[in-house]
Design a protein. Structure first.
Length: 337
């Protein structure tokens, strides 16, 4: 039984790890909560993953006392002997899981979890932590070839994608900053495509940016496949911290990620530095609402999000110039103007 956060980006990170687990233990059946990425055939095929034998309700991943009876009923009926908990939570707020784990020990159900890593290096990326846990249990995991969707890549070198949406408002860079960045990119002779998901507020932002001369297309993406294919055709991507970042890494598309309300050292994609760069809001890291697991306590509760001021368009240009995407570097004067 495998437990992860339900976010699609988490699924993209975990897919190669689950494939390694399957290869290491080919006779095992396992169950997991629904995840769009892990339930998608082309994702499973690309990493050589067969997929789970069945599913359990998504909210069980929180191990809430109200779900405990149903969870144990499922474990007993399915004959679950091992729970692999890859849900990224820090110890002080994971008491429900610890209570479940104590009961599991009494019932003879083994548990693997990220808490086992103990004195791990601070702010280690989630993908590396999860891989480290599996390796600690003799599952060989190879992260040396992270671009497992590279065969789908068809880049247009002069096209920069700007993914301006995000599931939570606190993770969205303000429209004025996007406009300034797009102007800088236009000055470099680059074309810009602006993309968002299906959310009405995100789409309103995309429409607002679409009038800039450099914007050659505004893309409204309604499926995982559409997002994959759009990123596959870019020279480089600039994105809020979203699923798009992890798909870009899997495609081998160079990406600069804007970490406004999350910790980029923890939530960075699995990719080398010449493919993935981060612009981190220092305001976010010092905010009292930032949890030790690198996420904001107020994702959905509403927040004026002053952390967005910690990321500047000029900083994004500097990181773009560190990526391997075939473009000349800007002059110092251009970067700081």
């Amino acid at each position: 039984m495998v437990v992860i956060n339900e976010g699609v980006g988490n699924g993209i990170i975990v897919a190669p790890l689950l494939a390694a687990l399957e290869r290491s233990h080919p006779g095992w059946r396992y169950f997991m909560a629904p995840n769009i990425a892990l339930d998608t055939e082309w994702v499973r095929s690309a990493v050589g993953m067969q997929g789970a034998s069945g599913a359990f309700p998504a909210l069980w991943r929180r191990f809430l006392p109200a779900d405990r009876e149903a969870l144990w009923g499922f474990i007993d009926r399915a004959g679950v002997e091992l729970v692999v908990n890859l849900r990224m939570e820090f110890a002080e707020e994971d008491g429900n899981y610890f209570a479940f784990r104590a009961e599991a020990e009494k019932r003879g159900v083994e548990c693997w979890d990220l808490h086992e890593l103990g004195k791990r290096p601070q702010r280690l990326p989630f993908g590396e932590q999860a891989a480290g846990l599996l390796r600690a249990h003799s599952v060989p995991v190879d992260l040396s070839r992270p671009a497992w969707l590279a065969d789908r890549r068809r880049p247009r070198p002069d096209v920069v994608g700007c993914y301006v949406g995000a599931s939570a408002a606190v993770k969205r860079w303000p429209p004025g900053d996007w406009s300034t960045l797009i102007t800088y990119l236009d000055d470099r002779g680059l074309s810009v495509e602006v993309a968002v998901g299906p959310g009405a507020d995100e789409q309103a932002l995309a429409h607002r940016l679409s009038s800039a001369p450099a914007v050659t297309d505004t893309v409204f993406l309604h499926s995982l496949e559409a997002l994959r294919d759009w990123i596959a055709g870019l020279g480089v991507l600039v994105s809020n911290d979203t699923l798009a970042v992890h798909l870009a890494a899997a495609l081998g598309c160079p990406v600069v990620t804007l970490y406004l309300a999350t910790d980029g050292d923890i939530w960075s994609p699995v990719a080398p530095p010449d493919v993935s760069r981060a612009v981190q809001s220092a305001i976010a890291l010092s905010c009292s609402y930032m949890k030790p697991n690198g996420t904001c306590r107020r994702y959905y509760a509403g927040c004026p999000a002053p952390c967005a001021a910690g990321v500047r368009p000029a900083d994004v240009l500097i990181e773009l110039d560190q990526l391997n995407w075939g473009r000349p570097q800007a002059s110092h004067q251009e970067v700081v103007k």
